[in-house]
Design a protein around this ligand. Structure first.
Ligand SMILES: C[S@@+](CC[C@H](N)C(=O)[O-])C[C@H]1O[C@@H](n2cnc3c(N)ncnc32)[C@H](O)[C@@H]1O
Length: 231
């Protein structure tokens, strides 16, 4: 079985939850690099097919070799492409963007929303693991009509990561600065006493203490969280 880092195991777990009970179609791994996630999803039978896209040729080749060596050449395709360009979405698709910058993720989703029919988008799950700019991603998701199915966190070699699972509903919404910075789902898990999320929030608080000096969104989020905790 293809082993994954702790971070990618978290992403894989969200794919498992998305695939659970549904007609497992395709995983589309955008920015697949080594291709390990697609291999593992096929090995575990979560999906029938895998599509990997890579903006660079060398990682695309790595993905292709990994899928071929694992015996999945017939049920996989690898494209050198920017995001989802040239890959029309289908009902039931699970799209993963992991280990990428938040602004890059926003750009790819914005184009995907323009390029695909609303009725198809409604039946696609997006699993997002931004390396940075979480608050911008969450504001974008709310404003663009995405809703959360789940969000999880992990600590991999002393670095914290989060992973969102969202679906498109089309109704634009707003989030408070606190929700944007901490995540609506994670705030709920925190209130319910989730220890992993509490550790993550402690880490975020310490970073936000520094970032608040130059970032009004972060400053307002910290204030709102402290106020809620005093209630
Ligand atoms: C840090 S790696 C993460 C690889 C893997 N998804 C993971 O989580 O381990 C990011 C990958 O995304 C690719 N990438 C960056 N922007 C992209 C885009 N717009 N479209 C497709 N691939 C992209 C990079 O070439 C790189 O291989």
């Amino acid at each position: 079985m293809q082993s994954l880092t702790v971070r990618l195991e978290m992403v894989f777990e969200q794919v498992r939850r998305a695939a659970n009970g549904k007609d497992s179609g395709r995983i589309i791994d955008v920015g697949s690099d080594h291709g390990y996630l697609a291999v593992r999803c096929l090995e575990e039978g979560l999906v029938e097919r895998a599509v990997c896209t890579e903006i660079h040729k060398a990682p695309a080749k790595r993905s292709e070799i990994a899928l071929k060596e694992a015996g999945f050449a017939d049920v996989s395709e690898v494209f050198v492409a920017d995001g989802l360009t040239g890959v029309p979405l289908k009902d039931g698709d699970i799209v993963v963007m992991a280990g990428m910058g938040g602004l890059n993720i926003i750009d790819i989703i914005t184009r995907a929303v323009k390029d695909n029919d609303f009725r198809v988008l409604e039946n696609v799950t997006f699993i997002l693991q931004p390396q940075k700019s979480n608050e911008t991603v969450r504001k974008f998701l709310a404003g663009s009509g995405f809703v959360y199915e789940d969000e999880s966190v992990c600590c991999d070699r002393d670095i914290f990561y989060n992973c969102m699972r969202v679906v498109y509903k089309g109704n634009s919404n707003t989030v408070t600065d606190m929700e944007a910075c901490y995540g609506p789902v994670l705030l709920k898990k925190y209130a319910d006493g989730d220890k992993k999320v509490a550790e993550y929030f402690e880490h975020l608080d310490s970073i936000f203490e520094i970032r608040k000096r130059s970032n009004p969104t972060v400053e307002s989020a910290l204030k709102e969280k402290r106020k809620n905790e005093r209630k």
